[in-house]
Design a protein around this ligand. Structure first.
Ligand SMILES: NC(=O)c1ccc[n+]([C@@H]2O[C@H](COP(=O)([O-])OP(=O)(O)OC[C@H]3O[C@@H](n4cnc5c(N)ncnc54)[C@H](O)[C@@H]3O)[C@@H](O)[C@H]2O)c1
Length: 317
Protein backbone atom coordinates (compact mmCIF):
# COMPACT_ATOMS: atom_id res chain seq x y z
CA UNK A 1 0.00 0.00 0.00
CA UNK A 2 1.20 3.52 -0.73
CA UNK A 3 0.06 6.23 1.67
CA UNK A 4 0.10 10.00 1.48
CA UNK A 5 0.40 11.17 5.07
CA UNK A 6 -0.09 14.88 5.58
CA UNK A 7 1.26 16.53 8.72
CA UNK A 8 3.52 13.53 9.35
CA UNK A 9 6.13 15.68 11.10
CA UNK A 10 3.74 16.60 13.91
CA UNK A 11 2.86 14.67 17.05
CA UNK A 12 0.29 12.05 16.02
CA UNK A 13 1.39 11.98 12.37
CA UNK A 14 5.00 11.09 13.23
CA UNK A 15 3.89 8.37 15.63
CA UNK A 16 1.64 6.98 12.89
CA UNK A 17 4.43 7.02 10.27
CA UNK A 18 6.65 5.15 12.75
CA UNK A 19 3.96 2.51 13.36
CA UNK A 20 3.37 1.91 9.64
CA UNK A 21 7.04 1.78 8.58
CA UNK A 22 7.87 -0.62 11.43
CA UNK A 23 4.81 -2.83 10.97
CA UNK A 24 4.62 -3.04 7.17
CA UNK A 25 8.07 -3.24 5.54
CA UNK A 26 6.51 -3.19 2.06
CA UNK A 27 4.30 -0.08 2.55
CA UNK A 28 5.43 3.22 1.09
CA UNK A 29 4.81 6.62 2.64
CA UNK A 30 4.96 10.12 1.23
CA UNK A 31 4.86 12.64 4.06
CA UNK A 32 3.64 16.09 2.96
CA UNK A 33 4.26 18.61 5.72
CA UNK A 34 4.56 22.40 5.71
CA UNK A 35 6.87 22.32 8.73
CA UNK A 36 5.04 24.95 10.72
CA UNK A 37 6.29 25.61 14.28
CA UNK A 38 4.65 22.26 15.18
CA UNK A 39 6.34 20.20 12.43
CA UNK A 40 9.75 18.79 13.26
CA UNK A 41 11.98 16.72 10.97
CA UNK A 42 13.72 15.33 14.04
CA UNK A 43 10.55 13.40 14.90
CA UNK A 44 11.23 11.01 12.00
CA UNK A 45 15.02 11.27 11.76
CA UNK A 46 15.40 7.48 12.09
CA UNK A 47 13.62 7.03 8.71
CA UNK A 48 15.58 9.61 6.70
CA UNK A 49 17.36 6.89 4.71
CA UNK A 50 14.45 4.46 4.55
CA UNK A 51 13.72 3.72 0.90
CA UNK A 52 9.99 3.44 1.65
CA UNK A 53 9.79 6.94 3.13
CA UNK A 54 9.76 10.23 1.22
CA UNK A 55 9.42 13.64 2.81
CA UNK A 56 7.99 16.53 0.77
CA UNK A 57 7.87 20.02 2.23
CA UNK A 58 4.60 21.64 1.22
CA UNK A 59 1.23 23.04 2.16
CA UNK A 60 -1.98 20.99 1.87
CA UNK A 61 -3.78 24.13 0.68
CA UNK A 62 -1.46 24.33 -2.36
CA UNK A 63 -3.34 22.70 -5.28
CA UNK A 64 -0.20 22.17 -7.34
CA UNK A 65 1.89 20.35 -4.78
CA UNK A 66 -1.07 18.22 -3.70
CA UNK A 67 -1.72 17.25 -7.34
CA UNK A 68 1.91 16.10 -7.63
CA UNK A 69 2.06 13.96 -4.49
CA UNK A 70 -1.39 12.39 -4.77
CA UNK A 71 -1.10 10.75 -8.19
CA UNK A 72 0.69 7.63 -7.18
CA UNK A 73 -0.84 6.81 -3.76
CA UNK A 74 -3.71 4.56 -2.65
CA UNK A 75 -4.93 6.42 0.43
CA UNK A 76 -4.51 9.93 1.85
CA UNK A 77 -4.48 10.25 5.64
CA UNK A 78 -4.88 13.88 6.63
CA UNK A 79 -3.20 14.67 9.95
CA UNK A 80 -2.12 18.17 8.85
CA UNK A 81 -3.77 20.86 10.90
CA UNK A 82 -3.33 23.86 13.09
CA UNK A 83 -4.08 22.05 16.31
CA UNK A 84 -3.72 24.34 19.33
CA UNK A 85 -6.99 25.81 20.64
CA UNK A 86 -5.27 28.73 22.43
CA UNK A 87 -3.62 29.86 19.21
CA UNK A 88 -7.00 29.74 17.44
CA UNK A 89 -8.40 32.10 20.06
CA UNK A 90 -5.70 34.72 19.52
CA UNK A 91 -5.35 34.40 15.70
CA UNK A 92 -7.49 31.99 13.69
CA UNK A 93 -6.60 32.74 10.04
CA UNK A 94 -4.17 29.79 9.67
CA UNK A 95 -6.79 27.48 11.21
CA UNK A 96 -9.33 28.28 8.52
CA UNK A 97 -6.73 28.09 5.77
CA UNK A 98 -5.16 24.78 6.73
CA UNK A 99 -8.01 22.95 8.44
CA UNK A 100 -10.79 23.92 6.02
CA UNK A 101 -9.23 25.06 2.73
CA UNK A 102 -6.42 22.51 3.06
CA UNK A 103 -8.90 19.67 3.55
CA UNK A 104 -10.92 20.98 0.61
CA UNK A 105 -7.84 20.91 -1.63
CA UNK A 106 -7.19 17.30 -0.60
CA UNK A 107 -10.82 16.36 -1.27
CA UNK A 108 -10.78 17.92 -4.75
CA UNK A 109 -7.55 16.13 -5.63
CA UNK A 110 -8.84 12.85 -4.17
CA UNK A 111 -11.98 13.18 -6.29
CA UNK A 112 -10.05 13.96 -9.46
CA UNK A 113 -7.71 11.00 -8.99
CA UNK A 114 -10.31 8.70 -7.31
CA UNK A 115 -8.37 8.16 -4.08
CA UNK A 116 -9.56 7.25 -0.62
CA UNK A 117 -9.26 9.84 2.15
CA UNK A 118 -9.06 9.24 5.88
CA UNK A 119 -9.66 12.45 7.80
CA UNK A 120 -8.20 12.79 11.29
CA UNK A 121 -10.67 14.74 13.39
CA UNK A 122 -11.31 15.41 17.04
CA UNK A 123 -13.83 14.94 19.86
CA UNK A 124 -13.88 18.75 20.09
CA UNK A 125 -16.24 18.97 17.08
CA UNK A 126 -19.11 17.75 19.30
CA UNK A 127 -18.53 20.43 21.93
CA UNK A 128 -19.02 19.96 25.65
CA UNK A 129 -21.27 17.37 27.31
CA UNK A 130 -22.24 17.36 31.01
CA UNK A 131 -23.32 13.73 31.32
CA UNK A 132 -23.15 10.67 29.06
CA UNK A 133 -21.12 10.53 25.84
CA UNK A 134 -21.35 11.60 22.21
CA UNK A 135 -21.91 8.95 19.54
CA UNK A 136 -20.87 9.33 15.92
CA UNK A 137 -24.46 10.47 15.17
CA UNK A 138 -24.46 13.31 17.69
CA UNK A 139 -24.77 16.85 16.37
CA UNK A 140 -21.65 18.94 15.90
CA UNK A 141 -21.51 21.89 18.27
CA UNK A 142 -17.95 23.25 18.29
CA UNK A 143 -16.95 26.07 20.65
CA UNK A 144 -13.54 27.32 19.49
CA UNK A 145 -12.30 28.52 16.10
CA UNK A 146 -10.09 25.39 16.13
CA UNK A 147 -12.97 22.97 16.67
CA UNK A 148 -15.22 24.93 14.29
CA UNK A 149 -12.58 24.61 11.57
CA UNK A 150 -12.28 20.85 12.22
CA UNK A 151 -16.09 20.46 12.19
CA UNK A 152 -16.21 22.35 8.88
CA UNK A 153 -13.66 19.96 7.44
CA UNK A 154 -15.69 16.96 8.67
CA UNK A 155 -18.83 18.33 7.01
CA UNK A 156 -16.98 18.90 3.75
CA UNK A 157 -15.62 15.35 3.88
CA UNK A 158 -19.09 13.88 4.39
CA UNK A 159 -20.47 16.07 1.59
CA UNK A 160 -17.89 14.59 -0.80
CA UNK A 161 -18.98 11.11 0.25
CA UNK A 162 -22.70 11.86 -0.09
CA UNK A 163 -22.51 13.94 -3.27
CA UNK A 164 -19.60 12.39 -5.16
CA UNK A 165 -19.41 8.96 -3.49
CA UNK A 166 -15.77 9.69 -2.69
CA UNK A 167 -14.56 7.01 -0.26
CA UNK A 168 -14.00 9.12 2.82
CA UNK A 169 -13.70 7.93 6.45
CA UNK A 170 -13.42 10.14 9.53
CA UNK A 171 -11.89 9.35 12.90
CA UNK A 172 -12.61 11.58 15.89
CA UNK A 173 -10.17 11.08 18.70
CA UNK A 174 -10.03 12.33 22.26
CA UNK A 175 -6.93 14.06 23.70
CA UNK A 176 -3.72 12.24 22.84
CA UNK A 177 -0.52 12.22 24.88
CA UNK A 178 2.89 10.61 24.46
CA UNK A 179 6.33 11.15 22.95
CA UNK A 180 6.92 13.97 20.42
CA UNK A 181 4.00 16.17 21.53
CA UNK A 182 4.80 19.85 21.16
CA UNK A 183 5.41 21.33 24.63
CA UNK A 184 2.59 23.87 24.39
CA UNK A 185 0.01 21.12 25.02
CA UNK A 186 -0.99 20.50 28.63
CA UNK A 187 0.83 17.21 29.40
CA UNK A 188 4.26 18.04 27.89
CA UNK A 189 3.94 21.65 29.10
CA UNK A 190 3.34 20.53 32.67
CA UNK A 191 6.04 17.85 32.55
CA UNK A 192 8.70 20.18 31.13
CA UNK A 193 7.79 23.09 33.44
CA UNK A 194 7.66 20.93 36.55
CA UNK A 195 10.94 19.20 35.69
CA UNK A 196 12.54 22.66 35.96
CA UNK A 197 10.54 23.64 39.06
CA UNK A 198 8.53 26.10 37.02
CA UNK A 199 4.81 26.64 37.57
CA UNK A 200 2.20 24.57 35.75
CA UNK A 201 -0.51 27.00 34.55
CA UNK A 202 -3.95 25.47 35.17
CA UNK A 203 -7.02 27.07 33.59
CA UNK A 204 -9.96 28.18 35.77
CA UNK A 205 -10.90 25.83 38.60
CA UNK A 206 -9.03 22.91 37.03
CA UNK A 207 -12.20 20.83 36.79
CA UNK A 208 -12.45 20.61 33.00
CA UNK A 209 -12.56 16.94 32.09
CA UNK A 210 -10.71 15.32 29.20
CA UNK A 211 -10.46 11.69 28.02
CA UNK A 212 -6.77 10.76 27.66
CA UNK A 213 -5.57 8.38 24.97
CA UNK A 214 -1.96 7.24 24.56
CA UNK A 215 -0.81 8.21 21.08
CA UNK A 216 0.29 4.68 20.09
CA UNK A 217 -3.18 3.36 20.95
CA UNK A 218 -4.69 6.12 18.81
CA UNK A 219 -2.38 5.22 15.91
CA UNK A 220 -3.38 1.56 16.18
CA UNK A 221 -7.04 2.56 15.98
CA UNK A 222 -6.34 4.69 12.87
CA UNK A 223 -4.45 1.74 11.37
CA UNK A 224 -7.45 -0.51 11.96
CA UNK A 225 -9.78 2.03 10.35
CA UNK A 226 -7.37 2.27 7.41
CA UNK A 227 -7.56 -1.48 6.83
CA UNK A 228 -11.07 -2.44 7.97
CA UNK A 229 -13.50 0.46 7.66
CA UNK A 230 -16.17 1.14 5.10
CA UNK A 231 -16.36 4.44 3.17
CA UNK A 232 -18.63 7.09 4.62
CA UNK A 233 -18.18 5.87 8.21
CA UNK A 234 -17.17 7.94 11.23
CA UNK A 235 -15.36 6.38 14.20
CA UNK A 236 -14.96 7.87 17.68
CA UNK A 237 -11.69 6.90 19.39
CA UNK A 238 -11.09 7.30 23.11
CA UNK A 239 -9.79 5.42 26.12
CA UNK A 240 -12.63 6.17 28.53
CA UNK A 241 -10.01 7.47 30.99
CA UNK A 242 -11.68 10.75 31.92
CA UNK A 243 -9.80 13.04 34.24
CA UNK A 244 -10.26 16.61 35.50
CA UNK A 245 -7.17 18.69 34.65
CA UNK A 246 -6.40 19.25 38.33
CA UNK A 247 -6.12 15.48 38.90
CA UNK A 248 -3.90 15.18 35.85
CA UNK A 249 -1.64 17.94 37.23
CA UNK A 250 -1.50 16.20 40.65
CA UNK A 251 -0.55 12.88 39.04
CA UNK A 252 2.32 14.43 37.07
CA UNK A 253 3.48 16.25 40.22
CA UNK A 254 3.43 12.99 42.16
CA UNK A 255 5.36 11.04 39.51
CA UNK A 256 7.97 13.81 39.28
CA UNK A 257 8.08 14.10 43.07
CA UNK A 258 7.32 17.83 43.11
CA UNK A 259 5.01 19.96 45.28
CA UNK A 260 1.45 21.11 44.63
CA UNK A 261 2.56 24.72 45.20
CA UNK A 262 3.81 24.58 41.61
CA UNK A 263 0.22 24.62 40.33
CA UNK A 264 -0.61 28.12 39.12
CA UNK A 265 -4.36 28.76 38.74
CA UNK A 266 -4.74 31.16 35.80
CA UNK A 267 -7.77 32.89 34.21
CA UNK A 268 -9.94 30.37 32.34
CA UNK A 269 -9.60 29.90 28.58
CA UNK A 270 -12.35 31.73 26.64
CA UNK A 271 -15.15 29.36 25.63
CA UNK A 272 -13.47 26.52 27.56
CA UNK A 273 -15.44 23.29 27.04
CA UNK A 274 -16.17 21.67 30.41
CA UNK A 275 -16.14 18.01 29.45
CA UNK A 276 -15.47 15.91 26.38
CA UNK A 277 -16.70 12.34 26.28
CA UNK A 278 -17.05 9.86 23.45
CA UNK A 279 -19.00 6.65 23.03
CA UNK A 280 -16.44 4.33 21.41
CA UNK A 281 -18.56 1.17 20.92
CA UNK A 282 -18.23 1.37 17.14
CA UNK A 283 -14.40 1.28 16.96
CA UNK A 284 -14.36 -1.38 19.72
CA UNK A 285 -16.74 -3.52 17.63
CA UNK A 286 -14.25 -3.20 14.77
CA UNK A 287 -11.68 -4.88 17.02
CA UNK A 288 -9.80 -2.08 18.80
CA UNK A 289 -9.28 -1.31 22.45
CA UNK A 290 -6.47 0.68 24.06
CA UNK A 291 -3.58 -1.57 25.11
CA UNK A 292 -1.91 0.74 27.61
CA UNK A 293 -3.11 1.61 31.10
CA UNK A 294 -3.25 5.38 31.58
CA UNK A 295 -0.94 5.63 34.64
CA UNK A 296 1.70 3.39 33.04
CA UNK A 297 1.57 5.32 29.73
CA UNK A 298 1.82 8.62 31.61
CA UNK A 299 4.89 7.37 33.50
CA UNK A 300 6.50 6.25 30.22
CA UNK A 301 5.67 9.61 28.65
CA UNK A 302 7.27 11.45 31.58
CA UNK A 303 10.37 9.25 31.20
CA UNK A 304 10.50 10.10 27.49
CA UNK A 305 10.48 13.84 28.23
CA UNK A 306 13.11 13.32 30.94
CA UNK A 307 15.33 11.37 28.53
CA UNK A 308 14.76 13.75 25.59
CA UNK A 309 15.29 17.16 27.14
CA UNK A 310 17.24 18.36 24.07
CA UNK A 311 14.15 17.68 21.89
CA UNK A 312 11.73 19.89 23.84
CA UNK A 313 14.17 22.48 25.22
CA UNK A 314 14.86 23.77 21.72
CA UNK A 315 11.14 24.15 21.05
CA UNK A 316 10.46 25.96 24.31
CA UNK A 317 13.31 28.40 23.76
N1 LIG B 1 -3.21 16.04 19.63
C1 LIG B 1 -4.42 15.66 19.98
O1 LIG B 1 -4.70 15.42 21.17
C2 LIG B 1 -5.50 15.48 18.95
C3 LIG B 1 -6.73 14.93 19.35
C4 LIG B 1 -7.71 14.72 18.37
C5 LIG B 1 -7.47 15.04 17.07
N2 LIG B 1 -6.28 15.59 16.71
C6 LIG B 1 -6.06 15.90 15.28
O2 LIG B 1 -4.99 15.08 14.86
C7 LIG B 1 -4.22 15.74 13.86
C8 LIG B 1 -2.78 15.79 14.27
O3 LIG B 1 -2.69 16.49 15.52
P1 LIG B 1 -1.28 16.74 16.20
O4 LIG B 1 -1.52 16.92 17.64
O5 LIG B 1 -0.32 15.71 15.72
O6 LIG B 1 -0.90 18.15 15.56
P2 LIG B 1 0.50 18.89 15.51
O7 LIG B 1 0.19 20.34 15.67
O8 LIG B 1 1.48 18.26 16.44
O9 LIG B 1 1.03 18.62 14.03
C9 LIG B 1 0.45 19.18 12.90
C10 LIG B 1 1.36 18.92 11.73
O10 LIG B 1 0.73 19.45 10.55
C11 LIG B 1 1.67 20.21 9.83
N3 LIG B 1 0.93 21.25 9.10
C12 LIG B 1 0.25 22.31 9.62
N4 LIG B 1 -0.30 23.04 8.64
C13 LIG B 1 0.01 22.41 7.47
C14 LIG B 1 -0.30 22.65 6.11
N5 LIG B 1 -1.02 23.70 5.74
N6 LIG B 1 0.17 21.80 5.17
C15 LIG B 1 0.93 20.72 5.53
N7 LIG B 1 1.26 20.45 6.80
C16 LIG B 1 0.80 21.27 7.76
C17 LIG B 1 2.61 20.79 10.89
O11 LIG B 1 3.84 21.20 10.34
C18 LIG B 1 2.73 19.61 11.83
O12 LIG B 1 3.74 18.73 11.42
C19 LIG B 1 -4.87 17.12 13.69
O13 LIG B 1 -5.72 17.08 12.59
C20 LIG B 1 -5.66 17.32 14.96
O14 LIG B 1 -6.78 18.14 14.74
C21 LIG B 1 -5.29 15.82 17.62
Amino acid sequence: MKLLITGGCGFIGSNFVRLILNKYPDYKIINLDKLTYAGNLENLKEFEDNKNYTFVKGDISDNEIVAKVIEDVDVIINFAAESHVDRSISYDDPFLKTNIIGTHVLLKAALKHQKRLLQISTDEVYGSIEKESFTEDSNLNPSSPYSASKASADLLCMSYFLTHELPVTIVRSTNNFGPYQYPEKIIPLFISNLMDDKKAPLYGDGKNVRDWLFVEDCCEAINLVLHKSKPGEIYNIGSGKELPNIELARLIIEILDKGESLIDYVADRKGHDRRYSLDTKKIRALGWSPKRKFEEALKNTISWYTDNRAWWEKLKN
